[in-house]
Design a protein around this ligand. Sequence first.
Ligand SMILES: Nc1ncnc2c1ncn2[C@@H]1O[C@H](COP(=O)(O)OP(=O)(O)OP(=O)(O)O)[C@@H](O)[C@H]1O
Length: 602
Amino acid sequence: MEFYRYVLMKNPLTLVGCCIVFLMAAVAILAPVLATHDPVAINMTEKLKAPGAGHFFGTDEMGRDIFSRIIYGSRYSLGVGISIVLVAALVGTALGSTVGYIGGRTDQIAMGIMDVILSFPSLVLAMALAAALGPSLFNAMLAVSLVKIPVYVRLVRGQVLSLKEKQYVKAARSFGSSTGWVICKHILPNCTSPVLIQVTLGIGEAILIAASLSFIGLGAQPPAPEWGAMINTARTYILDQWWYATFPGLSIFITVMGFNLLGDGVRDILDPRSKNKPGAIKMTALLSVKNLTVDLPTGRKTARVLHGVSFDIKPGEVLGLVGESGSGKSVTALSILQLLPGGKGGISGGSICFKEQNLIDKTPQEMRKIRGKDISMIFQEPMTSLNPAFTIGKQIMDVILAHNNISKREAKEHALDMLGRVQIPDPARTFASYPHQLSGGMRQRVMIAGALSCGPGLLIADEPTTALDVTIQAQVLRLIKEATMQAGASVLLITHDLGVVAQICARVAVMYAGEIVEIGDVNETLLSPRHPYTRALLETVPELTPGYRKKLASIPGSVPDVFARISGCRFNDRCSVKKDICLAQKPQLVCVNGNHKVACWT
Ligand SMILES: Nc1ncnc2c1ncn2[C@@H]1O[C@H](COP(=O)(O)OP(=O)(O)OP(=O)(O)O)[C@@H](O)[C@H]1O
């Protein structure tokens, strides 16, 4: 019902998509009735005839009727597109749910392999696989299915990671249910919407890739009336017999467009949050900082403390921001919330887009509404962030009441619920306590409860465990990860500790002297660091290097003064592998592998 109302009233393009897909299906089913000729029957006396009464779309070089071949070709296209997507979705869902549920090393290895596959363009990888398997339609379909499996693995695994933390899943596990049962009964039914959206959007792409493989001779083989293969043979006649390539080309175009329009409609209905956000299904950035420059008054002069910082955080992602003291991590965080001295006055260039809105364009009133509600922050020392004069309960309730139109009683219930969620043993007692009556670890839990109380999309945690006991640090880090995952929030975790990054972050950005010098997935960046500064930082963390026996290293020199005039790379005076160009020209952040980027000439 919802679908019909949506299609008819709100999105006529979805209706167009529906009609095309329906028509395609009808043509494929009724092909023997609709076709005017045998699609493979050769008749050399009729060869290369222009469209006319006998042959609506003309004939090819063997005298075969192109109209009938197009009609039968719809069977190939539909069959190929649907089969590829079904195989990829089934295998991907099974794999993604299993590795996501098992977690640990299995998950890491599986996702590492998926990331490698995803780092290649689909078409190129499909071509390589199809060529290796040998030219045939079945092999082409197999190749495209294999290439598309990682998309579903990633999608389902992401869902499973958050679903497996839900209370009902934990309860099912505590009842002794088997892994397979928990996955099939409690987890997979909740993953159907994103998978369905991906399936509908994926059919068009699968048809296109399979047709491209046939076009280069790796897919359907002559005389099969497959559209891509038809265009392949039509190439020789493209100048004189326009109809030969035009009709199969148009058929591919209309079919792919139909599936894409339908897919967009399905996505808008099943996931309204992604509506009007092109590419949201591909996890576009929740926060996108681009070329951010910040100038701050220091004494009588103004110093440039950020020199064009750029990074993205995807929904649900934990991004670590690391670097030595003075590298600009806190200034980056404070710029996002416009909490720098003078508000956004210090921001001299760039953009900070949160949910596709540039925060730099917001008024102070608008920013006040965003802080705590959409983006919240926790600091190193919770004692200084909590007011000693008020109880914990009052302080959390104040945040909740400032952003929600609810009664005090509801706010109290919510505050107690949040304290329970951050695993505070006796929420009611903590609610009535003053900050000084709690331990450092408990205070930080309270801060996390308060920060997440209004369901922010992004939590900025600035050195959240530095002031805590070593024994408590791991607990609080785990809590940040679990609580934000449950709430579906992303995290920008600022730390100087790469060990912390390795524990909880998915990606890491390394900052030096007001710039990001390296950014990428945690595993890749920490195991194969490309920037000499990242390598030097890693050498200061012996436990990240198995078998490391050396004395704890330190990086010679220090972060340059904000007034220092540096030409070339800002790390050049401390770099042990610098070259001439490093002194003359500033390196840009460029891709070295997938989403691993580095700014270095060496
Ligand atoms: N309010 C301010 N006014 C002027 N300069 C500032 C201000 N805050 C920070 N800076 C300067 O900006 C640079 C980056 O500081 P920032 O605090 O962001 O570093 P950081 O990487 O967070 O260090 P730490 O790990 O010690 O917090 C430093 O040189 C610092 O002196």
